[in-house]
Design a protein. Structure first.
Length: 280
């Protein structure tokens, strides 16, 4: 949210930006959100303001799931005026609001504003929409990460037929971890990956003699990302697309992982990594 607001302000077209997200942990669609992030404001009058569906500019945007703008907030006849005191305290006149929509559901609203009455045209609207789209993508990735994390934290089954899904989840978790800017969530994903990999090894490998066993190979996070993608059936090209790497870089990581695992083929590398408890 902060990055989206900063992007709007840096355009030079929307010197004031603010917004908020709807609660995402409810079993039914939320009808209210609070403005939690402010950028370029002079007061705190907008912070914590509860916006209800249908009320004011943001409430109308939330209800209709489409952008709206007003040239002069206080005198506009196309919106209700429950929030006039807070808007007036900040000295805002021209305001636009765009919805944040993820999987066809409004998840929040971004606002951009001026302190003069001015008709906000296509350029400011495009800036706000681009910021909203970027935020939507980030929320979609976070939602998928939480979904996979929830699955990974369930009790692991001994049914061999279920392990292919576990392996797919592991590969998806590692891929998503590379795209998550939130360090805490990223670490949660990698911890879940390690749990899946460690739990898989004893369930599928026959007992091995403790002596003469080579020390487990130490793979870098990127080598493990590539090997996880390969283990899920991805080609080098597909792995490169998934991990946002160049195909030559994927080949380099794969060769390095194979060398560390003492493998001569991709399949041998995957099998060796599973035996070492590095992959499920």
């Amino acid at each position: 949210m902060r990055a989206a607001l900063l992007r709007m302000r840096r355009s030079g077209l929307l010197p004031v930006a603010f917004g908020g997200l709807l609660p995402s942990d409810l079993g039914h669609p939320a009808r209210q959100f609070r403005i939690t992030e402010l950028s370029g404001t002079a007061t705190e009058s907008l912070r914590g303001l509860a916006i209800t569906t249908g009320n004011g500019l943001g409430g109308k945007t939330m209800a209709m799931a489409r952008p709206y703008s007003v040239t002069d907030y206080a005198s506009s006849r196309v919106i209700s005026h429950e929030y006039d005191p807070a808007v007036a305290c900040e000295g805002l006149r021209s305001v636009l609001a765009v919805p944040i929509v993820v999987h066809r559901r409004v998840r929040g609203v971004l606002y951009g504003a001026l302190r003069v009455p001015y008709s906000l045209g296509d350029r400011p609207l495009t800036v706000a929409l681009d910021a909203a789209r970027e935020l939507e993508q980030a929320l979609a990735v976070r939602d998928e990460a939480h979904r996979l994390l929830s699955y990974a934290q369930q009790p692991l089954t001994a049914d061999p037929r279920a392990w292919e899904e576990v392996r797919e989840t592991h590969a998806e978790l590692r891929t998503l971890a590379t795209r998550i800017p939130d360090a805490h969530l990223r670490q949660e994903l990698l911890t879940a990956c390690a749990r899946l990999a460690a739990a898989a090894a004893p369930k599928h490998d026959a007992p091995r003699p403790p002596v003469h066993s080579p020390a487990p190979a130490h793979l870098t996070p990127r080598e493990l990302d590539v090997l996880s993608a390969i283990a899920s059936g991805a080609t080098n090209s597909a792995a490169a697309t998934r991990l946002r790497l160049r195909p030559e870089t994927v080949k380099s990581y794969l060769r390095s992982a194979m060398r560390k695992l003492g493998a001569h083929t991709r399949l041998e590398a995957v099998v060796a990594a599973r035996r070492a408890g590095l992959l499920p």
